[in-house]
Every structure is written in C-alpha cells, then in structure tokens.
Design a protein around this ligand. Structure first.
Ligand code: 6GP
Length: 810
C-alpha cells in the first residue's frame, strides 16, 4: 500500500471510530477500538486482495489450496499491520491519540480453530505462502465455537465453550454468492441417459448450503493478499420447508458448530465425518467452479491447481474430485483418476495408531452413498492392478477397505502423487515402518518436509526486544531471509552484546511474571530459570517426566535446605482432550504439586510451578520470549516434528530434549554443546519393543531416587490426588511404563543438573542462547513452504526476489 502518514492515520482513525459508534473515540473500550482499527485496516488491503485474486485468474497462475480441518491463526491485527508495513505508523498514531496498540489488540478474539501443532502449522504456512509470494489459499471450517476454554477448578480441567464470534469478526467477508450445495444421505441409483451413459440419480438427500467466509492472508511487504476460505453450514434458501423439525434444523447448524477437541487422536463420530465431507466437498466444488471459468481442457487441471491435504481429515477430496469429474463433467474413470492423483498431495502428521482415521463402511455408505461407491471402486481397481505386480499378501496389506472399515491414510496415499512426513526421523519411520508396504509400491511418492515456523509472528511480533537487538547487530535482512540470522554467530564473543541479550530476556521474563502475578497471584522471580513445557497434554509428550524431575528436586531441597542451585520456575501450558482421562489426571497432579511446592516455605522459592490456564497462541506469544529452557521430552520416535521447539529456540531458549522429531535437526544445527540431549534413542526403544525386555518395576525397585519420587504419588505426600496418584503410579510400575519414563529418568536429571551449572555461568549461558537464535533461521516456514512449492506443488513465487537465496532444512 502507499505510505500513510501518522497525521493521516490519526484523522482516518478518529473518523472511522466516530462513524461506527457515534461517540467520541476516547470514550471507547479496547474492544471497540479494535473493531474501529480493524475496519480501517480493511481499507488498506481490500484493493490488493482483489487485485491479487484477479491477477492469478488473468495469468492463470497455478494455485495451491491447502485443505485443513484446523487453523490456529492467533490474533491477526498486529500480524496484518506488520505485513502491510504500517505497524510503526499505527502504533505511534494510536499513542498520540492516547491509545496503546497492545491494549487495542487485546480487544480481538484469538480464534482457536485448531487443537495444537497441526492447526498452528497450517497458519504459519498461510503466512509463509503469502509472504514468499506464492499463489495459495486455505480451505477449512468456520467453527462457531473454537477449542474449549480451559479452566482449573480444584486443580481439575473444566471445559467451557469458546464463543469467539460473539462480537463478530472484522476480518472475514461472507460471500453468499460463492455458496455451494453439499449433499448428504439419501439413496443413489445409477441410471442411463438418452445417449446410453451412466449417471447417478439421487433420492431423498439432505442438501446443505455451504457459505464461505473469506479471511485475507496478507504477504509480508509484497502487496499480495491470498485467501483463507472457511465454510459455514446453513439451510439452503427457499428450502426451509424441508427442515421442519427443530432436530432437522439443529442437524444443519451442528455441522460447523464445534471443533473436535482431539489432538492426535481419532474421533469416530458421525458428526466428524459430516464435517470432513462438508468442507472437502465445498472446497473442491469451488475450485472446480473457478477452473471452469478458465475454459481449459480438464487434463490441464493439475497444471492450474494443486490440492494439499493436511493429514487425512480432508482425504474425502479424493473421491469427491472423482465424483465431480465423472458424474458431473463426464470424464472416464481413467481420465478422472489420472487428474485426481496429479492434483492431490498429502502430509502425514503422526504415527500414533489411535490417530489413524478409519470409518465403518456402514457409516460412510449411509452418509455418503455415492462417495462410498467411488471409494470401493478405487479399492477394487487398486487390488486388481497391484496383485500381478506385488502379489496378494502385500497388496492386501495396502487396501483401503478392510475389516468393515475404510482406512483414510490408505485412500490418501493411493489417491495422491506425494506423501510427506514433517521431520527427517518421522519420514524415515513412515518409510521403514508405518507405511513401508506403500513405500515398496510407490517409492517416489515419499518425501520429507521438515516443519517450520514464521519468525514474523514468533520473533518480530512477540519479541520486539530481540528484534531490535538483531536489527542493530546484523541489519534487517533476516526479516525477509531468516537464514541471515547466522550472521549473529560472528558476535558470539562480544560480551556487551551477550549482556544485552540477557537484558532482553530479563525484560520478557518480567512481562510474563507480571501476567502470572496479575492472573494467578503467584510471585515469580525473573532471575530464576524459566523452564517451559507448552504443548497438548499427551502421555507420549511426557509432561509426567517433567513432574518427576520437580518432585526429585523438591525432595533434594527438603533433604538439604542449603543446596546451591539456581531458582527455577516450571511453566506448563497444556490442554487435555476432554475424554482423555489419563491426561486429565496428570493435569490434576501438576496442579496439586504446584499447590504443595509453591506454598512450602522450606523451598524458599527455589522452585515455583506455574500452570497457565487456557494455553493457546496468544499465551504462547507471551511465554516463548520469556523461556530459558525448552522442554522437548517426548519418547523418541513419537513426536512427528514439534514446532514449539523451533519457536523457543528462535527466542534464545536452550533445548532440553530427547532425540525426537525436528529436535534432532535442531541438534544438528546448534551442535551438541548448545543443547541438552538425554534419554533413549528411537532405535533403543525399538529394541526394547522387539525383545520385550523392558521392566519398569525392576527400575523402580532398584533406583532409590525413582522409588522415593514415585512413592510420593501414593503415600499422601501430595494432598488431593488419592485416585490420580494411584493410577499414575500404576501406569509407571504395574503397567510397565509404556513411554519409558523411568528408563529416561536418570539421564534427564543429569541433564538438568548440567543446565543448573551452566546457568550460573551467565556468559556461557548467554553464548549458548545466542547460538540458538543464530541457528534458528533454517527453521523458517518460508523455506519449508518454498520446498513444498518447488517439489510437490510445482508452483513458483510470483514476487521476484523476495527471498533470493535459501538453504532449506533438508
Ligand atoms: C502434530 C504432531 O504431533 C507434531 O509433532 C507436529 O509438529 C504437528 O502435527 C505439525 O506437523 N500432529 C497433530 O497435531 C495431529 O493431530 C493428526 O496429527
């Protein structure tokens, strides 16, 4: 956009405010100021939004559509201002008007339209696609209620509805004229038309109107505005009479009412299947409608369009695209199949078996009869074609339909041209273990794309102190080319700079400490080590191992009150799926231990525990810049990638980790001196499984510290956890400790002792922190996205030289 002066901005702002509310701007609440500012900012990008979309169409630029059941964009105000290059003007203008941008920004709801890593990745990707000048858009669901709001009552997690749309959403544009019909249920019969062609005749279907709400995805300083299209379910116009009962009307509303609160966990409800088909079908239909305006030959569809599916939740795009090409556009099966495979690509985000989607045949057949026919036919042809090549045994291990169920991962692999994992280790596990049978059939489909994060949100916006330090020391080019962060390495012995880095961290810690004091009434010392574990609560992520460390430390201090260790604040942020009983027990345990330790005067503040309520994107922005230690302690082989590991590293936290997910690549970049690695490796875990030789009870019996800590769970030392303590104890001792916590305990404690020691040597610590920042550039999602674009989607940046050179994480 053209430059806007502070004066002009102030004038426009006041006018906008008073037009909206009909009273003086200085009487407004932060919520109203946010709305007024949002409305004004719209004016600044609307033209670019239109011209971006027009230009793609005019030039017939190939476009990618990123289908995801989840997006976690976070508050968009500051990010939009940053990318539009008007952040300083707006900040100063508001200040002169007596307003504070941070406060105004708090007036925006944080849309929690996702659970965790998968959803946040989708939003980092949206930002990177626009910012690297790529023609790409998101396709998802406009949930009326986002992920539940978490409250702790008596230490237990309670879930409250998250009505994020209560005050509307200034960024979205409802586009009724772009609505499509999505068909559910009924019966389908194959009839023959006058020319003898087969066509499906539907009876008694329920037709739902899918209305898109478009949200702008603004590129960084490049004039590009892409689209995030979120679909909402409604009763079709004029068809209200077909939805006569309350129940029938509710059924429509429900489709886009709530986000399923499961992370890496398969939820097999009929409603979930409806949601999946709803946004997959609506998205594909709108893409096809666009493609038809280009007036091109169908065989060119894959040259103009790429469809990417974020895990298998949108895998029904495969049969849906087939359906449209065959039933509506009258292509032959073989033509349609070639086009479908060439158009679609798929990312796998987890190897946890419980996350593998499978739908009962009955359910699919009932809800989507024609789609089920098509899946069955894809499966039949797959078997017919592969048996002669690979034999029966291997072929039958790869079928889409098995034991009365439809396996969505198999459908996604067979119906696409690319499947990727999200970190090197994860992709290797897919290739060699989880999806090995498919790898034998389609070796060329498999590839790795290590995840990334956008430094725009995770450094520039959330850590202004670090940002200005970086600008002063290495110049500003790192902002469009994060690899330049490596230039910082040359300054590793500059003690003045190291002190400044420490001062920035201290400021961020004070900012977080203030939040903790104000919101939770807990006093924490900003000079303590801030030890952070923020992620969904899941047994494999092993928050419990963190707790065992705390209990061990607690016991040591009780035993030896004069112990010389630095103060620690253990910070947790984690939601548990509402139906995940064990995860909720661990939440209760953490809160109970916090109560015990925080109020024990013997501990003299050597340990404080802060479990923030309702962790999400906005809290992450506050916590990450304040972190000294980043806990990435999943059992090796279980965490596909992790992305908080990258954000924390980029903000100068040191990683305490097992060799898992993308943390291995972090290790490769920073080097072993600048990271704390402990615990079993993936191969060690595999061996234990193969030999069935793990025996946690033996460890418990033979290790005095472990015994002492575990006994605390059951001997009343921690008040209020009678049942939880017993169940957790049993999981570790009686049920053989599925995630090998006891095996990794000693090396974890050792690594923490080393960290205590290093932290006391301030210069050493700061140097390590600096090297972490310096090596975080390759984990920019800009590079990740350019690799998707180049190797999978075959699309090129439209804006030249935005990022001139890059060395992606391989
Ligand atoms: C997550 C993975 O657990 C995490 O390791 C990864 O960083 C993230 O995806 C982004 O790739 N998976 C999910 O959240 C999930 O629901 C189906 O997978």
């Amino acid at each position: 956009m053209e430059n806007i002066s502070i004066q002009q901005f102030k004038k426009e702002y006041v006018k906008k405010f008073e037009q909206l509310y009909a009273y003086r701007y200085d009487e407004g609440s932060s919520r109203e100021h946010f709305v007024a500012l949002g409305e004004l900012v719209r004016n600044y990008y609307m033209n670019n939004w239109k011209s971006t979309i027009d230009e793609y169409k005019e030039k017939e630029t190939k476009q990618v559509f990123y289908f995801s059941m989840e997006f976690l964009p976070g508050r968009m105000l500051k990010s939009n201002l940053l990318n539009l290059d008007i952040l300083p003007v707006v900040e100063e203008g508001l200040r002169e008007l007596g307003l504070d941008l941070d406060e105004v920004s708090m007036g925006e709801a944080d849309p929690a339209l996702g659970n965790g890593g998968l959803g946040r990745l989708a939003s980092c990707f949206m930002d990177s696609i626009a910012s690297t000048g790529l023609a790409g858009h998101g396709n998802g669901i406009r949930y009326q209620y986002g992920l539940f709001k978490q409250k702790f009552i008596d230490g237990y997690q309670v879930e409250l509805p998250e009505n994020w749309l209560r005050n509307g959403n200034v960024w979205e544009v409802r586009k009724e004229n772009k609505a499509v019909i999505v068909r559910f249920g009924g019966q389908v019969y194959m009839d023959t038309d006058e020319e003898g062609n087969l066509y499906p005749r539907y009876e008694n279907t329920k037709n739902i109107l899918a209305v898109p709400y478009d949200v702008p995805q603004i590129g960084y300083h490049n004039g590009i505005v892409n689209n995030l299209r979120l679909w909402s379910a409604e009763i079709p116009y004029g068809e209200e009479y077909l939805f006569r009962t309350e129940e029938e009307r509710d059924e429509v509303k429900q489709i886009t009412e709530v986000l399923y609160p499961d992370d890496s966990n398969y939820e097999g409800r009929l409603l979930r299947l409806r949601q999946e088909y709803f946004f997959s079908s609506a998205g594909v239909q709108s893409i096809i409608r666009y493609f038809k305006t280009l007036d091109e030959d169908w065989s060119l569809l894959p040259d103009k369009i790429a469809i990417h599916i974020n895990d298998t939740h949108p895998a029904l795009v495969v049969p849906e695209l087939m359906r449209i090409l065959i039933d509506e556009e009258e292509l032959t099966w073989d033509q349609a199949w070639e086009i479908t495979k060439k158009t679609i690509s798929y990312t796998n985000h987890t190897i946890l078996q419980e996350a593998m989607e499978r739908w009962p045949i009955d359910m699919l057949e009932h809800l989507l009869p024609r789609i089920y026919h098509i899946i069955a036919e894809i499966n039949r042809r797959h078997i017919e074609k592969k048996i002669p090549l690979y034999g029966e045994e291997l072929t039958y291990r790869t079928t889409i339909i098995e034991d009365g169920q439809v396996k969505m991962a198999n459908l996604a692999i067979i119906g696409s041209h690319s499947i990727n994992g999200v970190a090197k280790l994860h992709t290797n596990i897919l290739i060699n273990e989880t999806l090995h049978d498919f790898y034998l059939m389609y070796p060329n489909k498999f590839n790795n794309k290590t995840n990334g994060i956008t430094q725009r949100r995770w450094v520039q916006l959330s850590n202004p102190g670090l940002t200005s330090l970086l600008d002063d020391v290495i110049g500003t080019d790192w902002k469009s080319n994060p690899e330049e962060l490596i230039l910082l390495k040359a300054h590793v012995d500059n003690s003045e700079l190291l002190n400044r880095l420490e001062a920035v961290k201290l400021e961020n810690k004070k900012r977080f400490a203030k939040y903790v004091k104000d919101e939770m009434g807990i006093e924490i010392d900003p000079n303590a080590i801030f030890d952070v574990q923020i992620k969904r609560l899941h047994a494999y992520k092993r928050q419990l191992l963190n707790v065992l460390h705390i209990l061990d430390r607690y016991s040591q201090i009780k035993e030896n009150p004069d112990i010389d260790i630095p103060k620690r604040v253990f910070i947790f942020g984690a939601k548990a799926a509402p139906s995940y009983h064990y995860a909720k027990q661990i939440i209760k345990l953490i809160n109970a231990v916090a109560d015990l330790v925080n109020n024990d005067t013997d501990i003299k503040d050597l340990i404080k525990i802060v479990f923030v309520e309702n962790y999400g994107v906005s809290l992450a922005e506050l916590i990450i810049p304040a972190a000294d230690i980043s806990e990435q302690i999943s059992l090796a082989g279980k965490e596909a990638s992790g992305t908080s590991n990258m954000k924390l590293m980029a903000n100068g936290a040191l990683t305490m980790a097992t060799m898992d997910g993308a943390t291995i690549e972090i290790y490769d970049y920073v080097g072993k001196e600048n990271i704390y690695i402990f615990g079993l490796k993936n191969n060690d875990v595999k061996k234990y499984h193969q030999n069935q030789s793990y025996n946690s009870r033996n460890i418990y019996e033979g290790n005095a510290s472990i015994k002492r800590v575990l006994n605390m769970l059951v001997d009343g030392s921690i008040p209020g956890i009678y049942h939880e303590g017993q169940d957790i104890f049993n999981s570790l001792v009686k049920f053989n400790d599925e995630y090998f916590l006891l095996k990794d305990f000693d090396s974890y404690i050792q690594a923490h002792k080393q960290a205590d020691k290093d932290y006391q040597d301030r210069e050493k610590w700061n140097r390590m922190a600096l090297l972490n920042v310096a090596n975080s550039g390759p984990f920019s999602s800009d590079y990740t996205i350019l690799r998707y674009a180049d190797e999978i989607w075959k699309i090129e940046p439209q804006v030249e030289n935005l990022i001139s050179s890059y060395t992606p994480v391989k």
